[in-house]
Design a protein around this ligand. Sequence first.
Ligand code: SAH
Length: 353
Amino acid sequence: MANLQDFDYEEIKSRIMELDYPAFRADQVYDMVLRDKEYSEATNLPKDLIAKLAGKFRARAVEVIGRFKGKDAEKYLFGLEDGNVVEGVYMPHNYGNTLCVSTQAGCRMGCAFCASGIGGLTRNLTSGEILGQVLAANRLNGGTKEKRAVTNIVLMGSGEPLDNYDNVTKFLRQVSAERGLNISQRNISLSTVGLADKIRQLADDGFNVTLTVSLHAPTDEKRNALIPMNRKFPIKEIMDAAKYYFDKTGRRLIFEYSLVEGKNSDAGSAEELSRLLKGLPCHVNLIRLNYVKEKGLRGAKDKDVDNFLAVLEKNKISATLRRSMGNDIEGACGQLRRKFLGEKTGVGADDQA
Ligand code: SAH
């Protein structure tokens, strides 16, 4: 069954009109949607309208089925109608609060270090299922549609956002619409493995979210070993598309770089990365790889991490070493969902291939 959060205001309105109710009812229904309310909480709506809507649409897209509070982040497990589970992480900062959302259940990119891709892609999330994560987290943290608790969004949960282009872009429109939650695209980061054609399309379609490219290696040889998709879209094509995105949007580019022991964290890689990015309006987010048991790869050693950053600084490449938030609650990278699914099926995630 579809859910009301899949619809934008105009779509809600036309459904209300089809049912022969006046337009102001659409405003009330949309208000209920943005506040993440159940039908039972919509006391201002006529019972017969609720009955008609409830026969066709679920009110909410996701249900919070788990909350795990860590020291600097809170992790949520969101249950979907068909029993699938995705995760999100809420990270309070002094400038606002960021929610990390998932865009697919599973992922088919198959990156060598990532837990989300281990079981492959289960399915795309609908726009409402992505929006629902934001609305649920906003409500849980005392936010309303006027005074948001969630002020920033990163599309860095499970899934490759640009592999679910239509639903993800509909979500971006919904969440940034003035009538919607009205979160500026400037406060939204879309993180991609580097689907170059879709990066261009995103720019052509008029979006101006912050583009984050998961680069993780400075040469095709090193990147091929970590990211299978690099064989389809090698670094040169990704960089050209990223520059195109910058030219169209004026938004500074962000490159993610997870430091993996023995793969991409030596000083030579830092020099190669500096050459690749020289002169580009960009920033590098370094993060030490989170160890994922199934994958066997390890995070770089402290001294290599420090040295990598120092080389970038010496070469005047803007870079910061990100703390890995939520490690204590398996907040990173698909690990909680795997753990949960493992517990549910009685197979420890640790035992799965
Ligand atoms: N598909 C998108 C979103 C992925 S998750 C993308 O590729 O960008 C967000 C980031 O976490 C990506 O940069 C991804 O490469 C990184 N990541 C995945 N597993 C990780 C791990 N175990 N340790 C550190 N970073 C990881």
